[in-house]
Design a protein. Structure first.
Length: 136
């Protein structure tokens, strides 16, 4: 297969894989640590119920964002043919922009937003690069 095409397909696949891990972690987290009574997963309902959130209701999304970015980066670093560092940054920045968007929409505490935006995206992409390129 053409290396350029392979890198593009691997990157798209890694992003989809990372998004699935992110959503799966959110769903599992909501089962283990349910939100307040009557809350739905839309931004308006979440914003209304955030004052009733427990610490775990804030930690689960941070974990989901970090795991989604990490697995996307590992997958991409493992299977792209060249320029692994460049390609693992694509999901890191893409997911970071999504995190910034959510931080602007939802009134989460500053500690949660800072932890999420600083630790869950770019550092996890670099960690995924390290893990994914081992033994390659």
């Amino acid at each position: 297969m053409n290396p350029v095409l392979r890198n593009i397909l691997v990157t798209i696949g890694g992003i989809i894989f990372g998004m699935a891990v992110n959503m799966g972690t959110i769903i599992l987290g909501m089962k283990l640590f349910p939100g307040p009574e009557g809350m739905t997963m839309d931004a308006v309902s979440m914003a209304e119920h955030m004052p009733q959130f427990t610490t775990m209701n804030y930690i689960v999304p941070i974990l989901a964002h970090a795991l989604g970015t990490l697995v996307a980066a590992i997958f991409i670093a493992r299977f792209v043919t060249t320029k692994e560092r460049l390609f693992v940054l694509i999901p890191g920045f893409l997911f970071l922009f999504g995190g910034i968007s959510m931080a602007m929409q939802l009134p989460a505490p500053l500690w949660m937003e800072a932890t999420d935006l600083i630790l869950a995206y770019i550092p996890m992409a670099f960690l995924g690069y390290i893990i994914g390129t081992r033994g390659k």
